[in-house]
Write a protein that binds this ligand. Structure first.
Ligand code: ADP
Ligand code: ADP
Length: 230
């Protein structure tokens, strides 16, 4: 069963902009998926739909085979399983220390204090953020902020991790670090969907590539299948 399936999804903003048009796709467990598209293609809108921040204006979304009806309970379950790392880490970091920021998600899930402590510790180890734990996130470098925002999502242990251009604005050294981190996360039996502008990277990294153009999927398949068509 796919984690999520979109069936003929469209999304129209209140000003009439049709950001997504008749999108059909399934996200299967364990994949590394790259979403490619120009600015305005609809990537962010797709992400907002993935964890229930917005509802489709047409079509239906199945979560583990069941049609989402957007009850509180369902949205809670969805957000437990689908963690999104937004492009600008400042939108996700708001606590007084790195430790508190990473702790926020697992604490909210209602885990026991002991489990919270353990998941935060594991997330810090994986992202190499332990030495930053007492620092206010606001003053960290962009690469450090990215690692902390990823740690905050990892600590919630989602089945699907979604990242909006995880290496945007990073130099090659930190880009490499983030990508190694994502491979590590993937190896822990998780599914990763990320957006990128970098076609070479998508070709190398992904099992599956989705090309979004002007709100429509114009190609979807293995890197080899997709890139011989575009
Ligand atoms: P991407 O993330 O690929 O750059 P977006 O999903 O942000 O694409 O945007 C898709 C389309 O929806 C664009 O035409 C964009 O201008 C429009 N759009 C995005 N957000 C809004 C909004 N809040 N209100 C109206 N139109 C929007
Ligand atoms: P509880 O709410 O059960 O007291 P905390 O998360 O506050 O749990 O603390 C558990 C342990 O986590 C602390 O003993 C400490 O080792 C570590 N810890 C908590 N907050 C911080 C922090 N801001 N910086 C560094 N370590 C912390």
């Amino acid at each position: 069963l796919p984690i999520l399936s979109f069936e003929n999804i469209s999304y129209k903003y209140s000003d009439g902009t049709l950001a997504l048009k008749d999108i059909t796709l399934s996200i299967h467990h364990g994949k590394k998926i790259a979403l490619i598209g120009n600015n305005g293609a609809g990537k962010s809108t797709l992400f907002l739909l993935l964890n229930g921040i917005i509802k489709p204006t047409n079509g239906q979304i199945l979560f583990k085979g069941k049609e989402l009806s957007y009850t509180r309970q369902e949205i809670r379950q969805l957000r437990k399983q689908v963690g999104i790392v937004f492009q600008n880490p400042d939108s996700q970091l708001f606590s007084s220390s790195v430790y508190e920021d990473i702790k926020f998600g697992p604490k909210n899930l209602g885990l026991s204090p002991k489990r919270v402590k353990q998941t935060v510790q594991d997330a810090m180890t994986l992202t190499e953020t332990e030495s930053l734990k007492d620092r206010p996130p606001h003053f960290l470098s962009i690469g450090q902020k990215k690692r902390v925002s990823i740690a905050g999502i990892i600590a919630m242990n989602p089945e699907l991790m979604v990242l909006d251009e995880p290496t945007a604005g990073l130099d090659p050294y930190y880009s490499k670090k983030i990508m190694n981190l994502l491979d590590h996360i993937h190896n822990e039996n998780r599914t990763i969907l990320l957006s990128t502008h970098n076609v070479d990277f998508a070709y190398e990294w992904a099992d599956e590539v989705i090309v979004l153009n002007n709100g429509t999927i114009i190609a979807h398949g293995s890197p080899v299948e997709v890139f011989q068509n575009v």
